[in-house]
Design a protein around this ligand. Structure first.
Ligand code: PHE
Length: 496
């Protein structure tokens, strides 16, 4: 891996690296203080209950990734990726500027929506330009994605450190303002860098170069899409009027979003399985994609607790004094990117070493390992919360070790997952299925939010049981994958 990484890469990769680094700086930086701000009732926060705050947080982070579907579509059909990234970045920056203005609830929500819309435009398209830089695919493209993943995590690290510090120690809105400045720097890098080093890439929307057949196909897709939206609206109205979900509350809205995400993904998979004109081999591969989708959604549902229940745990129940100085609680979220930066090369070399001995674990085994590590991390949190229940502060090592397990798990599923997803996808569905990969992240983030609603200050007693639930569900899913890895590998039809 290291020899591939040190191979010369086009300068365009570094333009994308730094643009995405600054975008992630703003995203993860703001996200690190978002729940704290929503729950805060002493220094100018929104004074929400844990249930409400966590639901808003879940809705926001889920929308960010769900909006990558229209974002990808707009780039493919109208804008081209380059413009989508540029406009997306401007919209994100405006969103953070709006958040930086202390002007009440309405304006705050407007800011969140704006950032989500902008990220939907930028995030999927910046990754696909990375792919376009390496039309030949192969190991160099994989190496480029590893470098890009480092940029993502370097940005998160700096964002959480700076925005987290300013938000918690100076003022919330100062933190949001810093996120806006980060995005501005990303825009500057992209503007000048792309003019010089990304010439001719992502300029013409894909639809303009498509064949008559693909146009006919997209006509049918459009009809099916409208049908699905109509069905969803009717379904949501039924849920609301029968009182099953009350979408006038934040929690109800988050549940409504869950219904939307699950319906979209289930109908999409059903559609390509039944009407996608797939061969038998492709159908089995799609079955594997469904299993990996469920696994990745569950993985993010646990992993993204970093911004929700684990953030609450850091803030309220963790010993954070070093000498006379109190470490900002949001800084605990920084263990994830830090461990990625340290261990990504280690795991990459491990896979290469194992492949050279023909022992590289198959994709279902890696996913199983990711989920089991995640499950174990929550058993660690059961131990930590048993201390908190007694009214004591838990040692910071609990969260540190939890995040260590999260990250090793992430490195088993996230980089491998995306590339296997593109490889297993039937050719003509690759970009749509890349969208579905983001929908998995969206669903996971939503669940991470909804779940943290149980972490109310009044209900500390139930904390160990809540963590125990996550631990059991994720470990069990991991073990099931482990038991059935052979047949699942068989369904992959020779793809590794
Ligand atoms: N750290 C990753 C990122 O921000 C997490 C992620 C993975 C997000 C997959 C979306 C989809 O890019």
């Amino acid at each position: 891996m290291s020899s591939q990484i040190s191979q010369k890469h086009p300068k365009g990769l570094y333009v994308l690296f730094f643009a995405e680094m600054w975008e992630r700086f703003s995203y993860y930086g703001m996200r690190a203080i978002l729940l704290l701000f929503l729950l805060d009732n002493v220094s100018g926060g929104m004074a929400m209950s844990a249930g409400e705050g966590a639901a808003i947080y879940g809705l926001y982070t889920a929308s960010v990734y769900l909006l990558t579907l229209p974002g990808g579509w707009l780039a493919d059909n109208i804008l081209g990726q380059k413009k989508a990234i540029w406009y997306g970045g401007i919209i994100i920056m405006l969103g953070h500027i709006i958040l930086a203005i202390p002007a009440g609830t309405g304006i705050f929500y407007l800011g969140l929506v704006t950032v989500a819309v902008g990220t939907g435009l930028l995030k999927p398209n910046i990754s696909s330009i990375v792919a376009e830089l390496y039309p030949e695919g192969g190991a160099r493209r994989d190496a480029a994605f590893s470098i890009f993943y480092m940029g993502i995590n370097l940005g998160s690290f700096l964002g959480i450190a700076i925005v987290g510090y300013l938000g918690e120690k100076v003022s919330w809105h100062m933190g949001f303002g810093a996120a806006a400045i980060g995005m501005l720097l990303g825009l500057i890098v992209f503007r000048f860098g792309s003019a010089k080093y990304l010439k001719g890439l992502g300029e013409v929307p894909l639809a303009k170069v498509s064949t008559p057949e693909s146009v006919a196909q997209s006509g049918t897709n459009k009809m099916l899409g409208y049908g699905l939206i109509a069905l969803l609206i009717v379904f949501l109205i039924v849920l609301q009027t029968t009182g099953t979900i009350d979408m006038t509350t934040a929690q109800g809205l988050a549940q409504g979003a869950g219904v939307i995400i699950v319906t979209i993904s289930a109908s999409y998979f059903l559609y390509i399985l039944v009407a996608g004109g797939l061969t038998r081999v492709e159908q089995f591969r799609v079955l594997v994609l469904i299993i990996l989708f469920l696994a990745i959604a569950l993985f993010w549902a646990g992993y993204e607790q970093a911004g929700t229940s684990l953030q609450i745990f850091a803030e309220r129940h963790t010993q954070r004094m070093i000498g006379g100085w109190e470490v900002p609680s949001s800084w605990f979220q920084n263990f994830q990117p830090t461990f990625v930066l340290i261990f990504a090369p280690v795991l990459a070399s491990l896979w290469i070493y194992l492949s050279s001995r023909n022992m590289n674990p198959s994709i279902p085994v890696k996913f199983a390992a990711g989920l089991i590590l995640l499950g174990l991390s929550f058993f660690v949190m059961v131990g930590a919360s048993n201390i908190a229940v007694k009214g004591q502060l838990a040692s910071p090592f609990f969260l540190t070790f939890t995040y260590f397990l999260h990250t090793i798990g992430e490195l088993c599923v996230s980089p491998v997952g995306l590339s296997s997803y593109t490889k297993l996808a039937p050719k003509r569905y690759v970009s749509q299925l890349m969208g579905i990969w983001f929908v998995g992240a969206s669903l996971g983030n939503l669940i991470a939010g909804i779940f943290a609603g149980g972490f109310d200050e009044e209900n500390i007693m139930q904390m160990p049981a809540l963590f125990n639930q996550v631990a059991l569900v994720t470990t069990a899913f991991g073990l099931i994958l482990l038991v059935f890895w052979k047949p699942i590998k068989g369904w992959m039809g020779g793809i590794h």
